[in-house]
Each structure stands twice: as C-alpha cells, then as structure tokens.
Design a protein around this ligand. Structure first.
Ligand code: ZN
Length: 286
C-alpha cells in the first residue's frame, strides 16, 4: 500500500511522516516527486546539497543506490518524477483523467510504479509513506499505480503556513514574499487541494489537522489508522530520524531530535498586524 500525504508546505508533513515511520510495517521515503531534483542536483533540495536524510548524496546512499541500480537508470537519463499540471486555475476546472492520461504524465507514473516496486522489494515493508504532498500527483498516483493508495490530507491554519513560508523563503533562498501575496497564493492552493480531493473515494482518505497531530498525537494517529484500516501502534514522544531511514526533502531541520510540540509562534507575531488579520478575515481564514 502507498500512504500518500497531501498538504501545503510548512504544514507538518515531515512530523506526520516521522510518526508514521515508527510502525514496523512502513517505510518513509520523503518527497518522492523531488527524486529527479535530488539525482540531478538541480532546484529544490539545494539547501541540503541534495542529500538523503542519512547524510549521503543519493548515488552514495546504500538504500537509494541499490533501488536505482535495479531500475537501470543513470544520472544522465533519469526520468521525471513530477506530474505536470497546467497551472492552478486550469487544474481547478479540469477532470483528473485529462491530467493523468497525458502522455508525459503516463511515463512519469509508469516510472513511479517501478520505483515503488523496488522500494517494496528492498525494504521488505508493505506500506510506503510518500510525502510528496502535491494534490495533482496524489490523484494520479491514486488513479494509475497498481498498488492500493490511501491519502492523508494534512491541514494547517493558512496564516501559520503563510508566516512560516515567508520566513523560510527569505532565510533559505533570499526570496522576499509579502504576507498578503503569500496568503492569497495559499488560499488558491487550498481551493485546488479541496477540488482534487473530491476525486478520492471517502474510504481511501482521511483529513487531519497539524494542531491535533502535535497536541494529541495518539488520538490523531488512531483516527488515521481507523479511517484507513491500518494497524495502530504507539506514537513516539520525540521527532527523530533514525540512521537507517532514507528520506528526501522535508523540513530543513528534520534531523534534530526534539520533543513533539505544537508550534504556534506565528500567533504572537501576528498580534501587531491588524491589516493582515483583517485580510485573513476577508478571505474567510480564521
Ligand atoms: Zn540514504
């Protein structure tokens, strides 16, 4: 089975993946759709120099090099791992078939299917956690790969996501986004996720909130397990990536061991921003 996480960035998906990785049945792989970037060493992933969570580049990592050797792919001929959309507005109007059946995307999905097969073989686990987060990719994987796919939709307050994205984009990439512009983009993205999630059967999806995950981890984990018919296990107290885990991308400080706790520092920052609070209300975000 593939457990596919859909969320915005900065929503706690690395935490969710880390909690789910503590089950004896799961193997987390991180944001698999960014594998192309990590192999080619281009774009997203440059802040960690495209390294696996074990500290090695993928060609030197025991796990990924074994998986990729089996697939006979080379760095110079590495297939794309991202599903191509048409931009948020058009995607909102289109049916899933028009996206999943595009020739380009069919090739990507075929490669992803082979990748999942090798990951199952190499890990000897029966649930892959794919934290790729992208709703378009999620519905195509759900529709087209030969394994059963369950979707976890992880939500977080859009104001928190906005604050966190603006902060991290400036810190890591020197990009300056205003809070208002970022909140508008995030609102549009949340519409897109909702629209895409309508394509998933209710028995194959569950929605959880980051706040519940961080403050009541055990109850939220039970909700996930009950909704998706997964075996329950005791959740960890700490977020910690073990040496034998090989995930790509995720939150930049994921390798630091720390107690699971709810991050609501954004609320204090926003107390002194009345116009931003008003704009959030206009967008119906509270
Ligand atoms: Zn590794």
């Amino acid at each position: 089975m593939i457990l596919y996480i859909i969320s915005d960035q900065r929503s706690g998906s690395t935490l969710l993946e880390n909690i789910l990785s503590k089950s004896s049945k799961t193997i987390p792989v991180g944001e698999l759709r960014l594998l192309y970037n990590y192999i080619k060493e281009v774009g997203v992933g440059n802040t960690e120099r495209w390294k696996c969570s074990c500290g090695e580049k993928l060609v030197n990592c025991n796990f990924w090099s074994a998986v990729l050797n089996e697939l006979n792919v080379t760095v110079s001929h590495f297939p794309q791992t991202k599903i191509k959309g048409n931009g948020i507005f058009i995607d909102l109007l289109k049916s899933k078939k028009s996206v999943c059946n595009k020739k380009y995307n069919q090739e990507t999905l075929s490669f992803l299917g082979d990748l999942y097969t090798e990951i199952f073989k190499k890990s000897e686990k029966n649930i892959i956690i794919d934290s790729s987060k992208n709703p378009m990719q999620g519905i195509c994987v759900y529709d087209k790969v030969k394994y059963p796919v369950k979707i976890i939709y992880l939500k977080r307050d859009l104001r928190a996501i906005t604050y966190s994205k603006v902060k991290w984009k400036e810190k890591l990439r020197g990009e300056n986004y205003g809070l208002f512009k970022m909140l508008t983009i995030n609102k549009l993205r949340s519409f897109r996720r909702m629209r895409m999630l309508n394509f998933i059967s209710p028995k194959d999806k569950v929605t959880i909130h980051y706040k519940d995950l961080a403050t009541n981890t055990s109850k939220t984990l039970k909700k996930i397990c009950n909704s998706l018919s997964l075996p329950y296990f005791d959740p960890p107290e700490y977020m910690y990536v073990h040496d034998d885990i090989h995930t790509i991308a995720g939150t930049p400080n994921k390798n630091k061991k720390r107690k699971i706790k709810y991050d609501d520092s954004w609320r204090r920052k926003m107390r002194g921003m009345p116009f931003f609070r008003l704009y959030s209300k206009i967008l119906n975000i509270s």
